[in-house]
Design a protein around this ligand. Structure first.
Ligand code: NCD
Length: 327
């Protein structure tokens, strides 16, 4: 695998292999010294043209735990401000000698263009309203830890601003690839005009599907991407689609509540529910680091050749860990 641009490019086997690798890196992240020398000497640049808290820090943490050198790139203080194009920017960065670019951009398909322009490995950390593949993988890792390896027959609703959500597309593809039965729940104004290629069913009525769900996945209302009034009011949205305390009480006892963050507490999810026993939201964040370690390792490490299995990788790295990476 050269790049990770979209879940649509991955087979079920690719996804499962990545999750098994992520499980072994999860064990690394729980050690006293959560660091292995697996990618020593590799240079990873994080190139974020859109705001991010968890995704950027998660990738940078993952890269550092693999002993990569990590170069941050702040668009707001770079020559992008002087009008430098994306192509010139990435070619300039590549000329300095880098191995991978982790990029977020407001334009759908921007990482695919960059992959055509430079030789480095490209990881899509979110492109416009299109895809966010590592979010889907970390969500799968979280689900797999609760529901077991396959999601066959699991009923998952993705609720909210589907129209603007790259998480929705990547998650729907990933959950369905592992056998889940995915329902998008949203008002008609927050759904794409066509759902061709989406392996999902659709409902406009959260209350009708709630009681049957194994997993409810809430999305943020992305006000920064909405340039017209798509909702009468946020209060009305919450009344019909919010996971309020009352609605959470109608979920099955073992149902899981997920959200990619950042949350609008009190809008798509009540604060009490986000912090309640069914919520796995902080586990999602924690699993993000292990998944991104797996992705970087798969693209940049000896795992890229497919020769070394995950057990051997982490085992071998682990053998070095005390001596080799303390300093
Ligand atoms: C999401 C994103 O940026 O696509 N956040 C994330 O990466 N965890 C979702 C969002 O912004 O609502």
């Amino acid at each position: 695998m050269k790049h990770l641009l979209s879940i649509a490019d991955l087979t079920r086997d690719d996804i499962e292999e990545m999750l098994v690798l992520a499980e072994s890196f999860r064990e690394v992240t729980q050690r006293d010294i959560p660091k292995v020398p697996a990618l020593r000497g590799k240079v990873v640049v994080s190139l974020f043209y859109e705001d991010s808290t968890r995704t950027r820090i998660s990738f940078e943490t993952a890269a550092k735990r693999l002993s990569c050198d990590v170069m941050g790139f702040s668009v707001s203080s770079s020559s992008v401000k002087k009008g430098e194009s994306l192509r010139d920017t990435v070619q300039t960065i590549e000329a300095m000698g880098i191995d991978a670019v982790v990029m977020r951009h407001s334009a759908a398909g921007a990482p695919n263009r960059v992959a055509d322009w430079i030789d480095a490995h490209i990881v899509n950390a979110g492109d416009g309203c299109h895809e966010h593949p590592t979010q889907a993988l970390l969500d799968l890792l979280t689900l797999r830890r609760h529901l077991g390896a396959g999601l066959d027959g699991a009923r998952i609703a993705i609720v909210g601003d589907i129209l603007h959500s790259r998480v929705a597309r990547s998650d729907a593809l990933a959950f369905a690839a592992l056998g889940a039965d995915v329902t998008l729940v949203a008002p008609p104004t927050l759904l794409p005009s066509t759902l061709a290629g989406w392996p999902v069913s659709v409902s406009h009525d959260l209350d009708a599907v709630l009681a049957d769900l194994d997993v409810i996945y809430l999305l943020r209302i992305q006000r920064e991407r909405q340039n017209e009034a798509l909702l009468p009011s946020l209060r009305e949205y919450t009344a019909r689609y919010g996971l309020t305390v009352e609605r959470a009480g109608r979920l099955r006892k073992d149902a899981l509540v997920m959200h990619p963050g950042p949350m609008n507490r009190g809008v798509e999810i009540a604060a009490e529910v986000a912090e309640g026993p069914a919520s796995v939201i902080t586990e999602q964040v924690a699993n993000g680091v292990a998944v991104r370690m797996a992705v970087l390792y798969k693209l940049l490490g000896s795992g890229a050749s497919g020769v070394v299995g995950p057990g051997a990788v982490v085992g071998a790295s682990g053998a070095h860990v005390e001596g080799a990476t303390l300093g």
